[in-house]
Design a protein around this ligand. Structure first.
Ligand code: NOJ
Length: 765
């Protein structure tokens, strides 16, 4: 019997190896075939045709820069275009693709890209919101749905995921990423890439992912968009670069360089960054695209004398495609002739673009992603909206719930107040260009859909903002802010009157979607306009006050935290926003989201993040102690820490158990913690694992996330959650900048957020 088992195992292993070998040989064949095909094609291409491939033009919607592509159809016909973005729908894509195929000498198909950031037609919560789900399967699913819809709509390339670590909530683009943490951000980056690229590029329902913005864009000084980034090598490697690397390791096909300069060298001409780090050290073989007119902007940065100079520098640094600015198109031919740019660099860039097209299968069938039938079946389907609703409710974070104010009763009268209560436009957030906001579910509609038995008494209560110039600017860029011309006092008085004749107040307040995203930094991150005054007046009625927040960044909410009975952070929740929010408000879904970004108490604390250093004079809480690292006027503590989020049930954590108190570098350490649902409702908890290295050759953070698991527990149920720490989890960039561990003492923490944790200790020999 034993022999038979061994034989079977051996056969299984050989079959597996054979399978692997076949896979390797077939990839080699594919690679060899691709090389042969592209060699032959490039052999026929003129220098101009090669340069044409490097040109990415924008046609149609969403202009996000100062220049708009001109005479695009003419350029496509002349072979001066390699890819198009901002065009979708089978009809529009087919038209341009036909032009490339029928009018150009070599019939090279075009790439079609788009900012599919958090869904395509079916819109999911903004990325910061999705990150709050801490649910990698759900996040991957959201990207799969987006990739499926995008590819059904003619697209084969999405400009996502954005994996920029952001620690400054003033920066509007914090909304587009996964927040402040390297580990969480890396796992999410990988899940997104897997979702977009599915089982591989080249099927008609998968798309090229594009990791952006390479690199470190989230480090913009003072949170002002496009500002320089000044980071030490150690911080860069330890905290900011891993999510890009994780996405590359997950197989991301393309990378977009960033607008910012990094310690003085703009990313787009940063040879070290693109050629050395990305290509040579990380082994990235895909295509690199610049950001919108980023090459033209090298002149304003002051590192290029003119656009011709920018072209030479940018090609040499390793960029392949030039987005919108036509700096390559207008200058490279001249440079190749004069020797200012090398044919070798041009060939390499052109090859990488053609390889992307080859892998997509566009040379076999340029219309592979153009199918009216698929578009009809897939776009904004009921199935996709169901996924969006589920992801949205998983992303919502319960920040406060005094006296079990929530869930709400399913009878009685609700005073539904606030500029975002009936709002549809803002629900789908920023970067939702293909989404139809008129189909988004407002909170009012969501409540009506869920509860026929409650009476809704509505008042707008306040405008989101009364700043006319800001409104004009927001509306010029996709906003739909309607200003109520009544005085703030009249609007508030009406809301108070409505509240008085209701049982509970649900106040939907926050930002308008355009107040975050690109070029949308804010220097005051409190509730805009008169919304806080509205809340204060509502509070004075004595009715229970539930604040439903909609916003794309952490906000400062000290008054709200002190005075509201319940606070629900819903971000901009997407097409199904209202339904998902109603699920939370009435308790048909028990909130399980956790913050991916610290919420400060005061703007002056920013940047505030959980994985900070101690300093040599850590503040211990004694107000009279002078020479400590602290503010005179505000505490060091956040309002809500990273990883924080409540549930309608409660969870208790037992002591942390370790498999050993002493390990060697090759050992793995098992960390166990029993978590019990000590409340009366079933619920999910994100169990978080943090580590601290107590003494290092360089200062180490007070905590670093190294693992998490989202678990479901019935009332009274408990589960032992197990994590395994490897040497790699304990490693860091040491004093000599090598990556590795150092012997010594470590703390391990397990808890439901980065502050409230149980601790154990071990020693690394
Ligand atoms: C500029 C943005 O920085 C980038 O994220 C986006 O993908 C491009 N514009 C294209 O719209």
């Amino acid at each position: 019997m034993k022999k038979i088992l061994i034989l079977l195992a051996a056969v299984a292993i050989s079959l597996q190896l054979l399978g692997q070998e076949r896979k390797i040989t077939s990839t080699m064949n594919n690679d060899a075939q691709m090389k042969k095909f592209i060699d032959e094609l490039m052999g026929k291409m003129t220098t101009e045709e090669k340069i044409g491939q490097l040109n990415l033009v924008s046609v149609g919607f969403d202009v996000t820069g100062p220049i708009v592509s001109q005479n695009v159809e003419e350029k496509i016909a002349k072979g001066n275009v390699g890819g198009v973005f901002n065009t979708f729908t089978p009809i529009a894509v087919r038209k341009l693709q036909e032009m490339a195929i029928s009018k150009t000498r070599l019939k090279i198909p075009l790439l079609f890209g788009y900012d599919v950031i958090h869904g395509h037609r079916t819109i999911f919560p903004i990325p910061l919101g999705i990150a709050a789900s801490w649910d990698l399967a759900a996040i991957e699913k959201s990207a799969r749905v987006a990739g499926d819809e995008a590819s059904a709509d003619g697209l084969n390339w999405v400009f996502s995921p954005m994996v920029d670590i952001a620690r400054d909530p003033r920066w509007g683009r914090i909304a587009e990423g996964a927040g402040e943490d390297t580990y969480l951000g890396s796992r999410i980056a990988q899940a997104m890439v897997r979702g977009y690229q599915g089982n591989g590029i080249g099927q008609n329902n998968t798309v090229l992912a594009c990791v952006k913005h390479f690199a470190l864009y989230g480090g913009a000084l003072a949170g002002r968009d496009y500002n320089p980034v000044e980071l030490s090598d150690r911080t860069m490697f330890q905290e900011y670069l891993p999510p890009y690397k994780a996405a590359i390791d997950a197989g991301a096909s393309t990378v977009m360089t960033s607008f910012n300069d990094i310690n003085g060298v703009p990313a787009a001409v940063n040879e070290w960054l693109i050629d050395d780090l990305l290509r040579k050290q990380w082994g990235f073989t895909g295509m690199v695209v610049t950001d919108y007119t980023a090459l033209n902007e090298l002149v304003a940065h002051g590192v290029a004398a003119d656009e011709a100079d920018a072209a030479a520098q940018a090609l040499k640094a390793g960029n392949d495609m030039d987005m919108v600015g036509e700096v390559f198109l207008n200058n490279l031919n001249q440079h190749i002739k004069s020797g200012k740019a090398s044919m070798e660099d041009l060939n390499a860039a052109c090859r990488r673009i053609l390889e992307a097209k080859y892998k997509l299968g566009l040379f076999q069938d340029p219309y592979r992603y153009v199918s009216d039938d698929r578009a009809k079946q897939v776009l904004f389907s009921k199935a996709n909206r169901d996924v969006a609703r589920d992801v949205a409710r998983k992303s919502i974070v319960l920040l406060k719930n005094a006296n079990n104010t929530l869930p709400l009763k399913t009878s009685g009268a609700i005073a539904l107040i606030g500029p975002l209560a009936k709002n549809q436009r803002d629900m789908i957030g920023n970067w939702s260009g293909a989404g139809d906001w008129q189909q988004a579910v407002s909170v009012e509609q969501g409540i009506r859909n869920a509860q026929k038995g409650v009476t809704i008494n509505y008042a707008k209560g306040a405008n989101i903002t009364d700043d006319k110039v800001l409104i004009q600017r927001l509306n010029a860029h996709g906003g739909n802010l309607e200003i109520d011309t009544r005085s703030a006092e009249d609007m508030i008085a009406e809301a108070v009157e409505v509240a008085k004749r209701s049982d509970v107040i649900v106040a939907c307040v926050g930002e308008s979607q355009g107040m975050t995203g690109e070029a949308a930094s804010r220097a005051d991150i409190g509730l805009p306009g008169r919304q806080l005054d509205l809340l204060k007046a509502l509070k004075a009625t004595g009715k229970p006050l539930v604040v439903v927040l909609m916003n794309g960044r952490p906000l400062t909410l000290p008054w709200e935290d002190q005075n509201a009975d319940a606070i629900v952070e819903t971000w901009f929740s997407g097409s199904e926003a209202g339904n998902a929010i109603a699920d939370i408000l009435f308790g048909s879904y028990n909130p399980s989201g956790k913050l991916p970004s610290t919420f400060p108490q005061h703007l002056g604390q920013v940047p505030l993040f959980y994985n900070h250093k101690t300093t040599g004079r850590p503040y211990g809480g004694d107000m009279l102690d002078k020479y400590k690292s602290r503010y005179l006027d505000v505490s060091n503590e956040p309002l809500y820490p990273f990883g924080f989020g409540l549930s309608y049930t409660t969870f208790t954590y037992a002591e942390v158990g370790l498999s050993a108190t002493e390990i060697s570098a090759t050992d793995k350490l098992t960390v166990k913690c029993r978590v019990t649902n000590s409340g009366s409702r079933a619920g999910e908890e994100v169990v978080q694992l943090y580590v601290r290295d107590l003494v290092g050759s360089v200062t180490r953070p007070v905590k670093e996330l190294k693992g998490f698991q989202k678990i479901m527990l019935q009332p009274g149920e408990s589960k032992e959650v197990t994590f395994v720490l490897t040497n790699n989890d304990l490693a860091f960039y040491r004093r000599d900048m090598t990556f590795g561990t150092e012997p010594g003492k470590f703390h391990v923490f397990v808890g439901g957020n980065s502050r409230d944790v149980k601790r154990a200790e071990f020693t690394l020999k």
